[in-house]
Design a binder for this molecule. Structure first.
Ligand code: GDP
Ligand code: IMO
Ligand code: MG
Length: 423
């Protein structure tokens, strides 16, 4: 059973990119199976930073094959920019293949995403503006355009209908309509540039599995942003949960023998929506964000920061059945006198140690019940688990026990080398 599914277990940006990059030397293939250009996965090697949006993170390792499978909503123009960036770094893209079944984020999807968000005012989701929601609506409505259609000039003719329909809405929302000739020209350029990468990903994936090779399914976003299980409607439009790897990636469930959940030792969220453990606005929150470098890898937006939320993490563990946890950004808490975690929510006059049935209740006032831990210093300097400060190990031990899942690695710095395996 050679498949690892790796997902974010909070609200995204847990450090998935860094961990996948660290695991890549033991893998034959990395597959992106959901999400799209809304993702930003960062890898830092000897001070050099690469942010991957649609290309699987394994691409930075020679010999690792990389697939983009049908569950991904693909922006062809963003992808062209990303492949150019990688080629300029000397990365071999011969190892990248993209399914013709990927639905395309068309220029009007991006325009609609932004126009709808603007029109929603205070009720906006706070999306990345990358066109995910509008593209997913067309896909579910069975009228979108797929990568294979882009390569076929006859099937590409539906571009006109899609654009006309979107332009009506854009004008109604007071946004500029898009020009058909410009979109058609962009489509022709994208078809030419992406054709070499297009291939049926199913036999490629199963070819590796049949030979017993190890495949990692790279989740984007996080469990709490899942369309079905997240804090709807403040979620993304695909399925970041582990199950998404089977539907979007074409992996049979029984091939999966490892499900890795990535958690920061605190919590962040970008965009709107409930965040029970969020720091109150003020100097502490601002200094923490700055020190932690919590700014979006895709949009540059400041991330909202808060203490670890064990209620949300227990929910993610239950739904995704993690076999292993990786805790990231331990070094960020170095120097705090006290470290906190929410162990329950008090809401509606009741104490909840598990997520309430209706997550929309979290949009109202929530009073987190805290557990406090003594802080630590200098975890960033540790090169082995045993060198971690005793207080940090106590905190990690509590997390492991509370979540009922072993912590296999802890990340104590942004660099590839800052990763400690559990002793
Ligand atoms: P992803 O979307 O889950 O891949 O995460 P992002 O790349 O969006 O955000 C994680 C950020 O934290 C990036 O800037 C990483 O370089 C950084 N990072 C990852 N692990 C650590 C760590 O252990 N310590 C510190 N200080 N930074 C980390
Ligand atoms: P990675 O893979 C963090 C959030 C947006 C918004 C909501 C919906 O880097 O962890 P969308 O553009 O998807 O319609 O936005 O989801 N979001 C992310 N937050 N990390 C991400 O990806 C995200 N991708 C989307 O901020 O709240
Ligand atoms: Mg990210």
């Amino acid at each position: 059973m050679p498949v690892t599914v790796l997902i974010g277990a909070q609200w995204g940006d847990e450090g998935k990119g860094k961990i996948i990059d660290a695991l890549a030397p033991s893998l034959q293939m990395v597959v992106r199976y959901q999400g799209g250009p809304n993702a930003g996965h960062t890898v830092i090697v000897n001070g050099h930073k690469t942010v991957l949006h649609q290309v699987p993170t394994g691409i930075l390792h020679a010999g690792v094959a990389c697939l983009i499978s049908p569950g991904v909503l693909l922006d062809p123009w963003e992808l062209m920019a990303e492949t150019t960036m990688l080629q300029e770094q000397g990365v071999d893209l011969e190892r990248l293949r993209i399914s013709p079944s990927c639905h395309l984020i068309m220029p009007w999807h991006r325009a609609l995403d932004r126009a709808r968000e603007k029109a929603a005012g205070a009720g906006a989701i706070g999306t990345t503006g990358r066109g995910m929601g509008p593209c997913a609506m067309d896909k579910a409505g069975r009228r979108g355009l797929r990568l294979g259609d882009l390569l076929d000039t006859r099937r590409r003719s539906v571009v006109g209908d899609g654009l006309a329909c979107a332009n009506e809405e854009l004008e109604r929302l007071g946004s500029e309509p898009l020009q058909l000739d410009e979109v058609e020209e962009a489509c022709a350029a994208a078809a030419l540039a992406l054709r070499p990468f297009v291939a049926d990903t199913r036999p490629l994936l199963h070819g590796v599995l049949d030979k017993g090779g190890r495949v990692l399914m790279e989740g984007a976003q996080g469990a709490m942003l899942d369309l079905d299980w997240g804090t709807w409607p403040y979620v993304t439009s695909t399925h970041p949960s582990a199950g998404g790897a089977c539907t979007g990636g074409g992996v049979p469930m029984r091939q999966v023998d490892q499900v890795i959940g990535i958690l920061k030792v605190y919590a962040t969220r970008v965009g709107n929506g409930p965040f029970p453990t969020e720091f109150a606005p003020g100097p502490f929150a601002d200094t923490f964000r700055q020190h932690a470098g919590e700014f979006g890898a895709t949009t540059g937006r400041p991330r909202r920061c808060g203490w670890f939320d064990a209620v949300a993490a227990r929910y993610a563990c239950q739904l995704n059945g993690f076999t292993d946890l990786v805790l990231t950004k331990l070094d960020v808490l170095d120097g705090q006198d006290e470290v906190r975690a929410a162990v329950a929510y008090e809401l509606d006059g009741h104490v909840h140690s598990q997520m309430p049935e209706d997550l929309r209740l979290l949009e109202g006032p929530v009073n987190p019940q805290w557990r406090s831990f003594p802080g630590w210093r200098d975890s960033a300097q540790a090169t082995h688990w045993q060198e971690l400060p005793a207080e940090a190990r106590t905190y990690l031990g509590w997390l492991e026990e509370d979540l009922g899942c072993p912590v296999r690695w802890v990340s104590n710095g942004p660099e590839r080398r800052s990763l400690l395996q559990r002793a």
